[in-house]
Design a protein around this ligand. Structure first.
Ligand SMILES: C[S@@+](CC[C@H](N)C(=O)[O-])C[C@H]1O[C@@H](n2cnc3c(N)ncnc32)[C@H](O)[C@@H]1O
Length: 257
């Protein structure tokens, strides 16, 4: 069965670094404000799972004692350089890490893409030290019933369906937050949703443009949208006057007792 990065969202794709950078530009402010609100201690050892372009890992490394940034493909992390930052090629679904060894375990836009997400969550909890903080962020399909741009919404639905049929992404799973943390006995649990605006050719519009461009052949192959409707959505994303909400980001967090 195809997995994240094998064909869809492949790190080999020429603009993948740019795609990860636009994702960071859209989402880092929310992630950072959440982590600041929850509170980091300078003594902490932190694990950033599926670190992508490494912006969150780099930010953490300026504030805590040690950061381990993992990814199944670390090419976009190789430029990071901090004495307290370790980069590890690591498959979160199967590769080992020492139990109870991190004060913070964070993953953004990783688990929703993995069919083994429930098992991955078990593994991430097992890597937390007693009292350690787990933070999971995932992107979620918008159940909004109204949009000024139904054609754009249809393309976002086609994109999400293509991810689901091809690599098993589940963008409804984040709407169950924070139940997966309750089920694992975490305490001090919370959750919050953020819906960034996509438009005015902002970083979110650029990120969706790149994602749609990368996924276009597969969307067409599955017959989930026409070439014309994809072109119209890409035109809208480049239009300074276009604004709409594409997806939500849902975060949940909790502490291991
Ligand atoms: C959508 S990107 C998110 C990157 C980064 N976390 C962010 O939010 O900016 C998903 C990342 O998860 C990584 N990934 C996918 N499957 C993985 C796995 N099984 N183990 C570890 N990382 C994985 C990908 O290589 C990619 O860097």
């Amino acid at each position: 069965m195809e997995r994240y990065g094998q064909r869809l969202l492949s790190p080999e794709w020429g603009a993948e670094g740019a795609r990860l950078a636009t994702m960071a530009a859209v989402c880092d402010p929310e992630t950072i404000s959440l982590l600041e609100r929850l509170g980091l201690d300078a003594s902490w050892r932190c694990l950033e799972v599926g670190a992508g372009g490494g912006s969150v890992a780099a930010w953490l490394a300026e504030r805590v004692a040690h950061v381990t940034a993992t990814d199944i493909d670390t090419r976009y992390l190789d430029g990071l350089n901090a004495p307290n930052l370790a980069i590890l090629r690591h498959d979160v679904t199967s590769d080992p890490l020492p139990e109870q060894s991190f004060d913070l375990v964070h993953a953004r836009f990783v688990l929703e893409h993995l069919r083994e997400r429930e098992n991955v969550l078990d593994r991430m909890v097992s890597w937390l030290a007693p009292g350690g903080l787990l933070v999971v962020e995932a992107f979620a399909r918008l159940p909004a019933v109204s949009t000024p741009h139904p054609g754009f919404r249809d393309i976002m639905d086609a994109l999400i369906k293509t991810l689901n049929l091809t690599i098993g992404t589940d963008t409804d799973w984040p709407w169950t937050f924070p139940a997966p943390l309750h089920e694992r006995g975490l305490t001090g649990i919370g959750a919050a949703a953020n819906i960034p605006i996509t438009g005015g050719a902002n970083a979110s519009a650029q990120c969706w443009t790149l994602t749609l461009t990368q996924m276009r052949p597969r969307i067409l192959e599955l017959g989930l949208a026409s070439a014309d409707s994809l072109d119209r959505a890409l035109d809208l994303l480049g239009d300074l006057a276009f604004f709409d909400f594409a997806t939500a980001t849902i975060a949940c967090w909790g502490y291991r007792s």
